[in-house]
Design a protein around this ligand. Structure first.
Ligand SMILES: [Zn+2]
Length: 112
């Protein structure tokens, strides 16, 4: 009984961690993409120093990053679908586990 409770607590903690990791990673990725787009937009007409301009180099890097991210959006979508399928599989398996427990299955007598 005590062992089952501790196992259930551990599962819930792990599930909570998994629930927060994916949205946090997605939010960070989205933020980085937005910052790259904003930087390119605002610095497009900067006062260029000519060759070896650090702003131009950063704009080129941001453009390259945005291109790579947009080309890999299919891979990211597939990974997200796999994560969601795993999440729902675990949720349904835990629901079945909870349904199996009853007073009869736990051998608890209500004598009052
Ligand atoms: Zn420049």
């Amino acid at each position: 009984m005590e062992y089952a409770r501790s196992v259930r607590k551990m599962r819930n903690r792990l599930r909570l961690k998994k629930e927060y990791i994916a949205p946090t990673m997605a939010a960070i990725l989205l933020l980085v993409i937005l910052l790259a787009i904003l930087f390119v937009t605002f610095e497009m007409h900067h006062e260029c120093e000519g060759e070896n301009c650090p702003t131009c180099e950063l704009i080129i890097k941001c453009n390259r990053f945005i291109k790579e991210i947009s080309s890999s959006i299919l891979i990211i979508t597939i990974i997200a679908i796999v994560f969601f399928i795993n999440y729902y599989k675990e949720t349904f398996s835990q629901t079945e586990y909870i349904k199996k427990e009853s007073l009869v299955s736990l051998n608890i007598k209500l004598l009052n």
